[in-house]
Write a protein that binds this ligand. Sequence first.
Ligand code: ZN
Length: 473
Amino acid sequence: MHKLSLKSSVLIGACAISLLAMANSSFAQKDSVTLDYFSDIGFGEGVAVVQHPAGEYRNGKTYVSFQGPEEDPYVASYDHKSGEWKGPYRAGISELGKTAEALKNKPDSHGKPTMLIDKLGYIHIFYGGHGGWKNRGKNPLGDSHSGSNKHAVSLRPYDVSAWQDLDNISPNGTYNQVIMMDNGDIYLFYRHGAHRSNWVYQKSTDNGRTFEAPISFLKTRRRSDVAANDSWYAWAAPGKNGDIIISYDYHFCWDREAAPDERGHHGERHNVYYMVFNPEKNSWRNIKGQDVAIPVTRDVADEMTKIFESDELWSFNQSSALDAEGNPHIGIAMGPDSGVRHGGPKSMRHFRWTGSQWVGGHDAGMPDGRGDIQPVSADKVSFLISSRDKKGFGNVSWWDSVDGGENFKRGKTLFQKKGRNFSTSAFVKNAHPDARIIVAENAPRDSKFRNMYLIGDKGAVKRKVVIKPKSVN
Ligand code: ZN
C-alpha cells in the first residue's frame, strides 16, 4: 500500500507551508495528482466543534484554519470558481506544542484556531491558549494551565499568506469563539483560564485592532458542599435581532484528592443551560425573557437557565442555533458514566424550545459523535455528525429529524472512509454548500500528522497538486 507523502516545506520568512514535490515514487511519472484532502499537516486534534468558527465563506472563497505542526495555527483558502487552493500558511506561533511533552507527540491541542473575517476583509485568528502559563502571574479571573491566547490578523485583506500578531486579548483565554455583529462589532468569547475560571467576552469596535477589557458572564466558584469548584463549557452563537445565544453545561471540577472515585479529577459534566445576551442593550435574559444578572453563578444558572438535569448522564456540550421561528435548538453529546476517565461514549442529543417549554434530550437515534446543528423549523432539524459506525467506517453524515427531534435518521453521508475516524469543526460561517465543515482524519500509524479535508455536499473538496513543476524559461 502506498502512503501518499506530501513533503511540506516551511518557508520561515514568509511563515508559509506549501504542498510541493511528491516524495513517493509511485507518482513520479505523473505531472499532477488530485487529492481529496487539502493538507497533510493537521496535528493533534486538528479541529474541534468548540473553537468556532474555524472557517468562513466570503466572495466565492472558503477560508479555513486548523492546528498544524507544533500546534501552530494554519490558514488556507479555496476558490470555488477556479478550484485553486492557497496555503496552508502558518498564521502564528503557538506557545503550546513547543514543550518537551508536546514534542513527544502528546499535544495539548486546546489552542486550535478560531477564525473571523472583519468588515474590511482582514482575516483574524485566535489561537494558542489553554489558560495561560502558571508562572506568568496570577490570572485575575481564574486559574492557569498552559499556553498564551493570541490574536493574529492577515497583513492584507483576503490574503492568507502573511500575518502579524496583535497583542490585544488576554493570554489566559482558551476555547475562543468569535461573532461579528451587523455593524462590524466583534465579540470574542472564551474561558478566561483553566477549568476554575470565568467565561468572558471581549468587545472590539475597530475591526479587532483593540479590544475592551474582559467581561465575565459565567462564574467559577468554590462549592460549599463538597471539595470541588463550579466550572462551565459554553457555546456562543449569533441569535436574531442582534442577540447572541449561549448554551452550556456544568463541569463538576473535583479536587484531585477529594473526587468520589479513583479516577480523581475527571471529565464529569452535566445538565444543559441556555441564555441570551443582547449586546446593544447590554442585557442578559433567560428563555422566558427574565433578566439574568452576570456573571451567572451555579445558583442562578440552576434557577433561571437550566433546561435539563442529567445526573445519570455525563455530557459534552456541542452547539446551538435558532430555527426560522427564532426558537433555539441545542445539540449536546450525552451518555452514561461507564467508569473510564471521561465517562464513556456519548450519543448526540437534541433539545428545542417549543415556544412554551423545552423538549427532547432522549436518545433519538443519533450516534456517538461530534458535530454541529442546523435547525430549520419546529419539526425539521438536522445535525452534521462525524462518527464511526459498526462496520468500521468513519462517516461525516447528516442526521435528520422531521418530527421535532423525536426521532433522527441517518441521511446523506457526505464523506466516508473505512477504518478512519474524523474530528470535526463546527459549520464554516456562511458556508457554501460544497464546503460546510473541516475535518481531520486520524493520523496513520507511521505519522503524527493528519490529513485535513473540507467537506460539503459533493464530498471532499479536491486539490490538484503538481508533482513536477513545469520548467520556466
Ligand atoms: Zn475540572
